[in-house]
Design a protein around this ligand. Structure first.
Ligand code: ZN
Length: 432
């Protein structure tokens, strides 16, 4: 029923997204407060002001009878105040990004999208063969299509006109992320039939990615406890790349990555970066910091920092890096980002921004998990897509558990089992 009504209220397909998520093939059916809220919002959208889809008949208002017939039956719907209703939808999902202007223009010039727009506004026939042949590839999505300010949407995703698809592929892969991440990145905001396959082909054909793939090191195992909220635990690590020193900081809950260039590796320099740029001063003081047992973390200044700012500091042994596996994995990611940006002579911080905005592991992006909003980037986004939206912590926790178990099973198949080593246990370096 909701699928049917979605054609009268495009917001419905956005609101029921958490419920549709439950029906996906590999997702666990776990009903939580988010789903309760989505269910209630759906009922409100259909029945309450503004813009109710269903309402009692009002003899004072104008009527329109919309009818439809086939050889098997006859359908009819009585509409009232349809103009007012369409106006409400337009004003509730404003399109504000300048980049959307070029999509508006290209949509107008695209013959296929012009036909699709016509069908979307006029209502769809009930048989695929009665759908114009040029737009039959949209048949399975017909209940989710809508048009706002000259742009076509599938749910709340922008349908990209043919002319701009190559350009969007370039933007999607600007950060040189792998196939799955690039596809997630695209699917978060955009849609066109066969988009996933095109993204796949673009990544496969990318010479910079191919070059890097052959030298990709084995992923480290992540065996840490899963935090319940952002900034409960952060991991940090130093690395040298291309004769330059860097500091990475990663939040264990959201996986939000910070990458800072270091001009000195002293305790004072590292302390300042952790305080100011942007780690703690911007995202709040972490409850716990995990790092290697390096000199910069053990000297007076860093100790004073932990005491005055009030957080615990845990060190790990370099012989068992998997106990800080997430920071180690983040170093690999940061090196990949730096390498690919250099190979193309592009800005690594733009790639980092893309990476932070990419949904991973069937969860929202790092930025959404940490700050509850999508970051504005080089891909077009509607004002609605940029609205803050909080993710249920239980969902994050469960999903992380599933991924960790899966990764552990994969790791165990290809690695010699090691004794379980909890974070913080003192090690004898001579006898690891
Ligand atoms: Zn690439």
């Amino acid at each position: 029923m909701v699928n049917y009504l979605a054609r009268f209220s495009p917001r419905l397909s956005k609101v029921n997204a958490p419920l549709r998520q439950l029906l996906k093939q590999d997702s666990e059916f776990a009903w939580d407060a988010n789903h309760d809220r989505a269910f209630q919002q759906m009922k409100d959208l259909i029945t309450q002001h503004p813009g109710p889809v269903l309402a009692y008949f009002d003899p004072q208002k104008k009527l329109r009878l919309q009818v439809d017939a086939s050889k098997n039956g006859l359908g009819a719907v009585m509409l009232q105040v349809w103009r007012a209703q369409v106006h409400t939808v337009l004003s509730s999902v404003p399109v504000s990004d300048k980049r959307l202007t070029e999509i508006q223009e290209a949509t107008t010039q695209d013959p296929q999208l012009a036909a699709l727009r016509k069908a979307t506004l006029a209502g769809w026939p009930d048989a695929k063969k009665r759908f114009p042949p040029s737009i039959q590839e949209y048949w399975n999505h017909r209940d989710e299509l809508s048009e706002i300010d000259g742009i076509l949407f599938k749910g709340d995703k922008i349908i990209v006109p043919r002319k701009l698809r190559e350009n969007m592929l370039e933007r999607i892969h600007a950060g040189h992320m792998g196939v799955e991440k690039s596809k997630n990145r695209a699917r978060d905001l955009l849609f066109w039939p066969g988009m996933g396959k095109r993204v796949e082909a673009a990544v496969e054909a990318c010479s910079i990615c191919q070059e890097r793939r052959s030298t990709k090191p084995k992923e480290p195992m992540l065996s840490h406890a899963i935090p319940e909220r952002p900034r409960q635990v952060i991991g940090t690590d130093l690395f040298t790349w291309n004769s330059q020193d860097y500091l990475v900081i990663v939040d264990y809950y959201s996986r939000f990555v910070e990458l800072e260039r270091l001009y000195s590796c002293t305790s004072s320099a590292v302390t300042t970066k952790l305080k100011a740029a942007p780690a703690m001063a911007q995202h709040g003081i972490a409850e716990s910091v995990i790092s290697e047992n390096g000199a910069c973390y053990s000297l007076g200044e860093f100790r004073h920092f932990t005491e005055t700012w009030g957080f615990t500091h845990t060190t790990t042994s370099p012989h068992y890096p998997q106990s800080n596996g997430l920071a180690e994995k983040t170093v690999q990611t940061a090196k990949r980002i730096l390498y690919k940006a250099k190979a193309e002579n592009k800005d690594p911080y733009l790639s980092l921004l893309e990476y932070r905005n990419t949904p991973v592991d069937n969860l929202k992006s790092q930025a959404q998990l940490l700050m509850s909003w999508r970051l504005r980037l080089i891909l077009p986004a509607t004002a609605k897509q940029l609205q803050p939206q909080v993710t249920c912590q239980q969902t994050v926790h469960k999903r992380r558990e599933v991924c960790q178990h899966r990764q552990q099973a994969y790791y165990n198949r290809s690695a010699r089992p090691l004794p379980h080593l909890p974070v913080g246990v003192p090690m004898d370096p001579g006898n690891p």
